[in-house]
Design a protein around this ligand. Sequence first.
Ligand SMILES: NC(=O)c1ccc[n+]([C@@H]2O[C@H](COP(=O)([O-])OP(=O)(O)OC[C@H]3O[C@@H](n4cnc5c(N)ncnc54)[C@H](OP(=O)(O)O)[C@@H]3O)[C@@H](O)[C@H]2O)c1
Length: 190
Amino acid sequence: MDNFSEARADVHRLRAESSAILTGINTVLADDPALNARVDWDVVQPVRVVLDSDLNMPVTARMAKLAGRSLILTCSQDEKKRQALQSVGFEVYQLADKNSRLDLHAVMDFLAQQQINELLIEAGPVLNGALLAEGLVDEWVVYMAPCILGDQGRGLFTVPGLQSMADKKSLHLCDVRQIGLDVKLTLTAP
Ligand SMILES: NC(=O)c1ccc[n+]([C@@H]2O[C@H](COP(=O)([O-])OP(=O)(O)OC[C@H]3O[C@@H](n4cnc5c(N)ncnc54)[C@H](OP(=O)(O)O)[C@@H]3O)[C@@H](O)[C@H]2O)c1
């Protein structure tokens, strides 16, 4: 097994342990992810959940064709888009909004009602930053590869109000281990 696949296998084990995997619409538009657990043992596949305030999910998205539930959470009232997405297999739920985007606390309440207790988030910096700012994450798992992307790469968290060292968000480092050639950090809120 090469280095890339060892870290990747670890992510799939995390997915297999989760009730659901949540991401934002930008990740779907960029990567068209399957968001399933590809492991070599029997597993109940996690529910896929996409936060999509304006229903920009393409009807051609790969996850719609996969077995299991794919949920879109939205604040859009566009009935035409909703029906188009439902016709290809998505479940679409309208939730409360806050500043023109989904209210993340309403999202967590809704997922709890759906019996989703272990939620894995695999998102980009916008959603990661919003969840961090709202204090809605119990644990972060960060995989670091020994390579340099320069200063044009995207960060992990978009946090608009964070301007100086005094505004920093401190985390508690719980575990550090090597996975293949990568480093895996496990962090929690202090
Ligand atoms: N390295 C990794 O492990 C990894 C993992 C995932 C993604 N990515 C990369 O991350 C990039 C996308 O990142 P991203 O940050 O642009 O997008 P993102 O985190 O996937 O999704 C952000 C989008 O979620 C929607 N959203 C709905 N309610 C929200 C709320 N309350 N707060 C914040 N967002 C909300 C917003 O779009 P609407 O308002 O339009 O709904 C927002 O633009 C892609 O390039 C992808 O490849 C990397």
